[in-house]
Design a protein around this ligand. Sequence first.
Ligand SMILES: Cc1ncc(COP(=O)(O)O)c(C=O)c1O
Length: 272
Amino acid sequence: MDRHDHVFLDKLNHASIVDGARLAYGTVQRYAHNDMAALERQLERVPADAGKFIVTDGLFSMEGDLADLPGIVELARKYDAKIMCDDAHAFGVLGPTGAGTAEHYGLEQETDLVMTTFSKSLASLGGVVAGPESVIHYLKHHARSLIFSASMPPSAVATVLGALDIIEREPERREQLWHNTRRMQKGLKELGYDIGGSESPIIPVVIGELEPMLIFWKELFDAGIFTNPVTPPAVPDHSCRLRISMMATHTDDHVDAVLDAFAQVGRAMAVI
Ligand SMILES: Cc1ncc(COP(=O)(O)O)c(C=O)c1O
């Protein structure tokens, strides 16, 4: 981004987007999570001829909810802005072929740049930005973080290619992932847990304060269940949570065992 350009970020975007924006020269503004009215207020205050770039997570990493991409596309059209979607958690997961958030909404042509990491569904390291050839060419010659760091090792690239083949050839894995996700979400809700607005295999179980969340985490860990303990600054104060990441290789028995443990620990700790 140039000095006269403007960048608009969802407040709950991943830290790497915030850091990326810090490296850019443009003016950065953050809008309340998925709040299209707030984004529009920011867009309309920017001069019509300035470059405008809206960057959002596709699937939010600590909430498990989706970006309002249709709303963002509508505003981008109205204010002549470009869109980048970070699909770290959506690639391989959302959309009929697993191509991510834009495919899920049928908005692939309207989403200017899609970025994903190779560290989630693709089981490797590194990442990719996909978009029009001229933009990718520009990035290759201007993105300092790309130019001045080492390329991916062939072994990591081969892993990505292998994972892509599996995503393409074995859609049943994605179906199993969604089956597991639906069972887990339903079970947790029936037990009385707050899973926020999750609509994906990322399921936050909001506990609230730090200490009970850590005790809960340890109880689950001792019962053989791994969750991610999520604390500020990754989430707001008093909103500490356990993050469950569902996998295609989980079975119904796994899901039942996790729900049993959540029932036992939650009742013992008077969380539910
Ligand atoms: C939304 C999002 N973007 C980017 C990243 C960065 O991925 P990595 O540094 O693992 O390649 C992550 C990782 O947690 C993420 O959740």
